[in-house]
Design a protein around this ligand. Structure first.
Ligand code: SD4
Length: 352
């Protein structure tokens, strides 16, 4: 066995050629040759479909020279501050106590830094709080009341995030919870239809510099204190400036079980295209799904999407089931493109 010093001294690194670099010495797989060979990228921004306005804002900022993370955070701020998007920031659907609790995380590829916040109350832009944690502390993640205190000390203004629309939805849900409780039944249909979801956004600029961000109010009616995948580095989003960036929306618990965003980037490191990487990640999600979440046809009840961009500007969105699209903006302008998927919509099992 060669020691690390012996290995470097013998010049074995150089002898091994392109596939081996300093990363190989530290045990981290080196990016595949085709990614290294192309230092310049086609700028592109990809996001969940609710990010259609945001990808355009982020793309325009990136081509004007703004840092990729600042640009995509400006993109997701649009949804965070939009009271009509009930899955993120202001107007997000609350937990079972009627309290809005937000999660977010971000990564900055060029400087290899990350920030995250979980279970944050009263601050509409958790993506910016995650970035403040990254910029101003030597930590990565703050949660709960102390994260709120940190944000206020950093100059964020607390506000009531529960809009009247989301409060009415919560009351409807509450009224149907238990036939023996003291809540009166509500006439309306209790099912809340989401036209939008959590927002994940990933970008690469012309230098091949990458960033990623995910922000959410999490699952509606969740148990207070529940933290989903969005603020977990490697699950909700992940970015490696040598390879690519990826992120997710959908059932967070399933994503946490697969470290989905990290896995997606690792698949790209091995040479898979973003499209292949999101599909392979989805296959892993199915393989790690517990039996109580499986239908009789062997298909999971859960829904999950991944979005990925490679360092050289290729991109994809993927979904477990046929249907959802994803937002993308490049020199062709902003648009919603169809996700690649594992299963047809008709294969989705109905819940008993
Ligand atoms: C969570 N992944 O908290 C989020 C929820 C989501 O579309 O993405 N909804 O589990």
């Amino acid at each position: 066995m060669l020691s690390r010093r012996d290995f470097l001294a013998t010049g074995a690194t150089a002898a091994a050629g392109l596939a081996l670099g300093p990363d190989s010495v530290s045990g981290v797989p080196a990016p595949v040759a085709h990614l290294r060979a192309r230092p310049l990228a086609r700028p592109v921004v990809v996001a969940s479909s609710n990010g259609l306005r945001g990808v355009k804002v982020a793309y325009d900022q990136i081509v004007a020279g703004t840092d990729t993370l600042d640009a995509i955070i400006a993109g997701v701020n649009i949804q965070e501050l939009d009271p009509e998007d009930q899955s993120v920031g202001l107007g997000g659907l609350p937990n079972e106590d009627g309290v809005v609790q937000l999660d977010a995380s971000c990564m900055h590829g060029p400087t290899k830094r990350a920030g995250a916040v979980g279970c944050l109350e009263d601050i509409a832009t958790p993506s910016l709080v995650a970035k403040a944690i990254m910029d101003y502390t030597d930590h990565i993640m703050l949660v709960g009341a102390d994260a709120r205190r940190f944000a206020i000390r950093m100059g964020f203004t607390p506000q009531n995030l529960l809009t009247e629309k989301s409060r009415q939805d919560w009351l409807r849900w509450k009224s149907r919870l238990n036939p023996n409780d003291f809540w009166l039944d509500h006439d309306d249909d209790v099912r809340i239809r989401f036209s939008t979801g959590t927002i994940n956004m990933n970008a690469v600029n012309a230098n091949g510099d990458l960033s990623s961000v995910t922000t959410t109010s999490g699952m509606a009616w969740k148990v207070p204190g529940r933290v989903g995948d969005s603020p977990i580095i490697g699950a909700g989003q992940y970015c490696d400036n040598a390879v690519g960036a990826a992120g997710s929306t959908g059932r967070g618990e399933s994503n946490i079980m697969t470290c989905g965003a990290f896995l997606c980037v690792e698949f790209m490191r091995q040479g898979l295209s973003p499209e292949q990487a999101v599909l392979r990640t989805m296959e892993r999600v199915v393989a790690t799904t517990q039996s109580k979440l499986m239908g009789p046809n062997g298909r999971p009840h859960v829904d999950l999407q991944f979005y990925a961009v490679s360092r050289d500007g290729r991109f994809a969105g993927g979904s477990l089931y046929e249907g959802p699209g994803y937002a993308v903006c490049d020199d062709q302008g902003p648009r919603v493109a169809p996700c690649v998927y594992l299963f047809k919509a008709s294969e989705r099992p109905r819940r008993g």
